[in-house]
Design a protein around this ligand. Structure first.
Ligand SMILES: Cc1cc2nc3c(=O)[nH]c(=O)nc-3n(C[C@H](O)[C@H](O)[C@H](O)COP(=O)(O)OP(=O)(O)OC[C@H]3O[C@@H](n4cnc5c(N)ncnc54)[C@H](O)[C@@H]3O)c2cc1C
Length: 407
């Protein structure tokens, strides 16, 4: 019998499996593919987030020239951004979790008993462990959460390749280029999308047209068309395509039921930052705490899967974080109602907050009072059109702020 069974070998599965192994537990992993199979996505992160974890050696690229465009002029972000070397990150987590025993298969059913849980795979294999951690992504195998009909998705279409001329300045990283002046005057700027782009060196660039969040999702054809128009307006032609990225994931899935007897981690546990879509930094920050809570709960004799899961959920989603989650969800609902000019003014005001405030907002490292102070500060800096939008959001989505107070 294993102490813990981890389902899934994406970033969340490997992060929690390695943390559980580091906490001294006997861990089994279950994934349809080998945990060494290369992950499909490109993951970005701010350099200081990884430095704080002592993991900056896992980065492949780093940019100090980072900016955004929320009007005609450029906003310098004065903060360094990076891409993970995803092969290195994966190898690091596998090495930290070298004691984890991986088995190939898809989790199909689960049953809970007083001392353990019992997972059956689609092929009929039976696995037993004292606690199960479901890290099977945004459509999890077992995690239960309330249904939501109008989920907003982040969607993006990107190209890594060579171009007839640099699509952004050499050495530059562009977090968000919200300028819409490349669109013909008679074409609507809605749905609003932005360019996320970077110089990868050796005349290779990554350019991605992104919709921050929208329900229903902005179709890939629209994103592709917008990217082509944007490049054409700069007189830039695509000369070589090395890789195309199709990105689609939910931004505002409800929090899971925190009393269920299975633990969730990653997309399965609604850990995507509702206002940005980022998650990998949070996985690395939170995995050790969740693993420690599981180890402590299991050290009590006769702990049931429910009791162990309850301790893990509490470590992952303490009331303070739940409160902030509702505030972020409120922020996202407000953004979903903003048109393109309002979004530009909103982000212009957002990046005029002090860097500790905007960086802490993006990484979810502010306390609730700090988060509220940042939002009030933003309200103070924003023009009336944005303030009006935020006030209207209090009318339409104020329940999220109430939920925050009640958490
Ligand atoms: C294209 C793209 C780009 C992104 N970029 C960023 C970024 O730059 N920075 C960032 O922080 N976030 C980013 N995200 C968001 C988020 O970090 C990713 O969605 C991340 O991959 C989610 O990690 P996960 O491990 O929870 O799920 P996944 O990566 O989806 O992994 C789920 C794992 O579970 C396995 N699985 C599924 N079902 C079962 C089952 N029944 N039994 C066993 N195993 C199962 C799968 O095979 C897989 O191994 C991006 C997402 C996408 C799609």
């Amino acid at each position: 019998m294993f102490d813990a069974l981890v389902i899934g070998s994406g970033p969340a599965g490997l992060a929690i499996a390695s943390a559980l192994a580091q906490a001294g537990l006997k861990v089994q992993g279950l994934s349809p593919v080998s945990p060494e199979t290369a992950w499909p996505n490109t993951y970005g992160v701010w350099v200081d987030e990884l430095e704080a974890l002592g993991l900056s050696s896992l980065l492949s690229h780093r940019w100090d020239d980072c900016s955004g465009y929320f009007g005609h002029s450029e906003t310098s972000l004065n903060r360094s951004y990076s891409l993970f070397d995803k092969a290195k990150l994966q190898a690091y987590l596998l090495e930290q979790g070298s004691a984890v025993k991986w088995q190939t298969g898809s989790a199909a059913q689960i049953q809970h008993f007083s001392s353990h849980s019992h997972v059956t795979t689609a092929a009929g294999a039976e696995l037993r462990s004292h606690v199960v951690i479901d890290a099977s992504g945004h459509q999890p195998a077992f995690i239960q959460r309330p249904a939501k009909s109008d989920v907003a998705f982040q969607a993006a279409y990107g190209i890594v390749g060579r171009f007839s001329a640099p699509p952004v300045r050499a050495g530059q990283f562009v977090l968000m280029d919200y300028r819409a002046d490349y669109l013909p005057a008679d074409e609507s700027t809605e749905p609003s999308t932005f360019l996320y782009a970077m110089d990868l060196g050796d005349n290779v660039y990554f350019v991605e047209e992104t919709s921050l969040a929208r329900s229903p999702a902005v179709p890939f054809e629209t994103l592709k068309y917008r990217l082509q128009q944007r490049l054409a307006a700069r007189d830039v032609q695509v000369e070589e395509i090395h890789h195309e990225e199709y990105c689609l994931f939910p931004m505002n899935l409800p929090l899971p039921d925190l009393r269920q007897p299975v633990v969730g981690f990653g997309g399965a546990a609604s850990m995507v930052h509702p206002a940005t879509g980022y998650m990998v930094g949070a996985l690395l920050r939170r995995a050790p705490g969740v693993a420690a809570a599981i180890a402590t709960a299991l050290s009590a004799s006769n702990a049931t899967p429910s009791e162990t899961a309850r301790a893990a959920w509490q470590a992952l989603w303490p009331s303070e974080r739940v409160r902030k989650h509702y505030v972020y969800q409120f922020g996202l609902e407000a953004l979903l109602r903003f048109d393109q000019p309002q979004l530009c003014r909103f982000f212009d005001a957002f990046f005029r907050l002090s860097q500790p405030q905007w960086a802490g907002f993006l990484a979810d490292t502010l306390s609730t009072p700090e988060l509220v102070a940042a939002m009030l500060n933003l309200f103070g800096k924003a023009p009336n059109s944005v303030r009006g939008g935020l006030m209207r959001a209090v009318g339409t989505d104020g329940r999220l702020l109430l939920q925050s107070l009640q958490a």
